[in-house]
Ligand binder design. Structure first.
Ligand SMILES: Cc1cc2nc3c(=O)[nH]c(=O)nc-3n(C[C@H](O)[C@H](O)[C@H](O)COP(=O)(O)OP(=O)(O)OC[C@H]3O[C@@H](n4cnc5c(N)ncnc54)[C@H](O)[C@@H]3O)c2cc1C
Length: 320
């Protein structure tokens, strides 16, 4: 690990000022410190943002739930009100790593974490995300990679939170310069589609302040398929939300994770659900539509079948 300085911020403004161009925000450190130990990142200054007052607060207003950027995943998992309002969020959080990881990992850090691609994480290899001009996974070992592969880098988004927050229509408040931007989850990851060096749309110094989830009457559900039953990343994940009145869906959203550089959804698939009493046949049609444009690579064709099965199971869970 290269030498670095350390500072503690007490306000978002001082955090941004301290981080400047060459610093990095330190939240739980699960991702950042690993990347530094592997010499993949070498920020000159770590800015601890956890002591910023109110940054780890969970608030409920008449219109939304607001989760501060350094709210830990364990806080979310153990919050009875959130669990009742958003069962899908609870499930997605409970599937992250282990209890030890969830005790320190924060929601902001989970959304801003870097690619888990083994080529990116190898200290001696240079790919798009490390200033190179190639994706080593595309012709290499790619069984855990994207199946929507029209972009240059085929490393998929692996944040469980990103998938369920996309389904819940959450807004991410990001401090950039003097402005506070309000991004959908799509916007938070849009750049990862367009720019193979990007993990997300956050630029240097951009600070996630909080995540806002609309408090409406929609149900939510989340399921993932992993190689191990516990303490494992998702091969594919799926989150859905909808208002369900007497069995009929409205305002529906179905989203896949670990299949593309951003949480993947298709408006037409969402619309197929609206106004319908969802059964297994319709859920299978929605799954087919969602996966229609998949272009898997040599070793991950298997993800298409898993994704289709997860879509059906998630929609039936949402209905029940
Ligand atoms: C063994 C293991 C298993 C895991 N399994 C899963 C899993 O199944 N699913 C899953 O989703 N995740 C998983 N993770 C990833 C883990 O959830 C993330 O590493 C963690 O959530 C990151 O949060 P953190 O607070 O520790 O972030 P940090 O490591 O502190 O930060 C991560 C990145 O985000 C930036 N950052 C942090 N906060 C902000 C902010 N407020 N604004 C802007 N940038 C910010 C940092 O500068 C850094 O670049 C796993 C991790 C490990 C080590």
């Amino acid at each position: 690990m290269k030498p670095f300085s350390y500072a503690t911020a007490l306000t978002p403004e001082s955090a941004r000022e301290l981080a400047g161009q060459e610093g990095a925000y330190l939240a739980g450190g699960n991702d950042l410190l690993g990347l530094m130990k592997e010499s993949i990142l070498a920020p000159k200054l770590l800015v601890n943002i956890k002591p910023i007052p109110g940054f780890n607060a969970i608030e409920q207003t008449a219109r939304s739930w607001i989760l501060g950027a350094t709210t830990t995943l364990a806080q979310i998992e153990n919050h009875a009100g959130l669990r009742q309002a958003f069962p899908g969020l609870h499930q997605a959080v409970a599937e992250v790593g282990s209890l030890q990881i969830r005790n320190v990992a924060t929601i902001g850090g989970n959304l801003a974490q870097h690619s888990r691609c083994w080529y990116f994480r190898h200290r001696d290899l240079v790919c798009w995300k490390k200033g190179g001009d190639t994706c080593l996974a595309r012709e290499g070992e790619n069984r855990y990679h994207s199946i929507f592969t029209g972009c240059a880098c085929i490393s998929p988004v692996v944040s469980n939170l990103s998938v369920v927050l996309a389904a819940l229509g959450a807004t991410v408040h990001v401090r950039r310069g003097d402005q506070t931007l309000k991004w959908s989850i799509n916007e938070l990851y849009a750049q990862a589609w367009d720019d193979p060096s990007a993990h997300h749309s956050l630029g240097s110094g951009d600070l996630i302040l909080k995540i806002e989830i609309p408090a409406d009457s929609r149900r939510s559900a989340y399921l993932q398929a992993s190689e191990k039953a516990q303490f494992d990343w998702a091969l594919v994940s799926c989150a859905a939300s909808a208002q369900v009145d007497q069995g009929r869906f409205s305002r529906s959203r179905i989203v896949l994770g670990a299949v593309a550089p951003a949480p993947y959804q298709v408006n037409e698939a969402n619309q197929m659900l609206d106004g319908q009493a969802v059964d297994e046949a319709l859920a299978a049609q929605v799954a087919d539509r969602l996966l229609r444009d998949a272009t898997p690579v040599a070793h991950n064709q298997y993800k298409v079948a898993i994704a289709k099965a997860l879509v059906v199971r998630t929609l039936l869970l949402l209905r029940s």
